[in-house]
Design a protein around this ligand. Structure first.
Ligand SMILES: Cc1cc2nc3c(=O)[nH]c(=O)nc-3n(C[C@H](O)[C@H](O)[C@H](O)COP(=O)(O)OP(=O)(O)OC[C@H]3O[C@@H](n4cnc5c(N)ncnc54)[C@H](O)[C@@H]3O)c2cc1C
Length: 395
């Protein structure tokens, strides 16, 4: 096994590095790696940066050339993302559009749908949000109750979604709805594409303990979308939604270990400076986190190798999701140990809002990672049933 770049991969890496050294300057460089897919820090600068990436087709780099992409293979995508983390470029905004919806659209969409939606994702003119979860449909997504019925040439949608990240910023939402009123469970669902700016949609922010509101409740009251805005066959939305979740658990996170390595290096630097490394327990934890980065790196390469050979991400992607989310949560806890009593202090921004520094941000945000994109318990069920062949859990 040789994990070094081939000559053509090394040339591609040079091209990417060259692009970053030319473009990652000024406000973009000043923002550093801050801002995640779910938060709004440095929003205007990040939108501008994202548009620059889109103009040079780094947004949509995996798409076929006929839809404006660079048709890069997985190894090249990983190289790009590694260099992205190394350059400490701003946190990406287009996770839901580019990371989740676009690959699903490429797999299931008509040519007309691809031509309608992909260019606006690439130019960052249209942002997307994910309308899957409901108050009674999270892990049990098949229990979706939001309904849609055809009225002439339009679908009319009624119901409620929850935890919809960035719904207040999005122009479109991909929504799992029940289009067969007699159906139960994963039958009779359809994957509708719904414009957000219309009277039938109300977005109510969910304010978090930090004061910010990154996700929302979304209420649909006779909201409308055109009849052709359904992805995949009517009634077969489950299959399409599962593909989106596959992208969310697998490829979207494939190349993040360099970012994790950087977070760990930063934390070690803080610990060296404030003397926390004198504590043997802290030293023990930091060494454990370092070992974890190596495990993630090699697990990621194994997933990538399977992907290159078979073209599909198997349920093994759940191993990656389970591992990295628990690793990151534990890193956040160690960060608070390193800060000691300073961990209790955050900057007050007025009106009950707080500005979190990078370590607090890691601690807080990582708590959610073992929940979204399928909780750790759900990943263990998948590994148990589909990888190990254990008996299915009783329903
Ligand atoms: C930060 C964040 C952002 C999110 N953004 C979005 C978004 O943009 N769009 C969207 O649609 N959703 C979003 N979600 C929702 C997310 O998908 C759900 O929270 C997740 O699927 C879990 O569902 P739930 O919250 O209803 O919890 P539940 O499903 O009610 O689970 C509660 C607990 O029970 C456990 N559990 C449930 N079923 C089983 C089982 N069969 N076996 C063992 N244990 C089980 C779970 O692991 C969990 O510990 C987001 C969530 C978070 C935290």
């Amino acid at each position: 096994m040789d994990f070094r770049d081939t000559p053509s991969e090394a040339a591609f890496r040079d091209e990417v590095r060259g692009w970053f050294s030319e473009h990652l300057v000024g406000d973009f460089a000043a923002l550093g790696g801050r801002g995640g897919p779910a938060d709004e820090e440095g929003w205007d600068v990040r939108i501008e940066w994202e548009r620059l990436l889109g103009a040079d087709r780094w947004v949509g780099m995996s798409w076929p050339a006929e839809y404006g992409g660079r048709a890069l293979d997985y190894a090249q995508q990983v190289i790009f993302n590694e260099e992205y983390a190394r350059a400490n470029a701003p946190g990406r905004i287009s996770f839901f559009g580019e990371g989740l919806f676009a690959p699903t659209l490429i797999q299931f969409g008509t040519d007309e749908q691809k031509r309608r939606f992909l260019p606006k994702i690439q130019s960052v003119e249209e942002l997307w949000c994910q309308g899957f979860s409901e108050p009674n449909a999270g892990s049990d997504l098949a229990n979706v109750q939001t309904r849609a019925v055809l009225d002439g040439d339009e679908w009319v949608i009624n119901g409620q979604k929850v935890w919809t990240t960035l719904a207040h910023r999005a122009d479109w939402c991909f929504v799992v709805t029940r289009t067969d009123p007699e159906s139960k469970s994963h039958h009779g669902l359809s994957y509708l594409l719904v414009p957000m700016h219309q009277p039938g949609i109300e977005v109510r922010p969910l304010r978090q303990m930090t004061g910010s509101a990154e996700f929302n409740e979304v209420f649909f009251t006779d909201a409308r979308t055109a009849r052709e805005n359904v992805l995949g066959p009517v009634g077969e939305g489950w299959k399409v939604a599962m593909a989106t979740l596959g992208f969310e658990r697998g490829t979207a996170f494939l190349s993040q270990q360099l970012g994790f390595q950087r977070e760990l290096t930063d934390l070690i630097e803080v610990a060296q400076k404030n003397g926390a490394t004198a504590d043997p327990v802290v030293r023990d934890k930091l060494a454990g986190h370092y070992a974890g980065v190596q495990i993630m790196k090699y697990n990621g390469m194994r997933m990538l190798t399977n992907l290159l050979h078979t073209g599909v991400l198997g349920p093994e992607s759940s191993i990656g999701k389970l591992y990295w989310t628990n690793w990151h949560r534990s890193l956040g806890e160690t960060a608070m140990d390193v800060l000691g009593t300073d961990a209790l202090l955050v900057e007050h921004e007025g009106d009950g809002d707080y500005h979190l520094d990078d370590l607090h941000q890691t601690f807080m945000a990582s708590r959610a990672e073992t929940i979204y994109a399928g909780s750790s318990e759900i990943q263990r069920n998948i590994i148990g049933e589909r990888v190990l062949g254990l008996p299915r859990e009783p329903r």
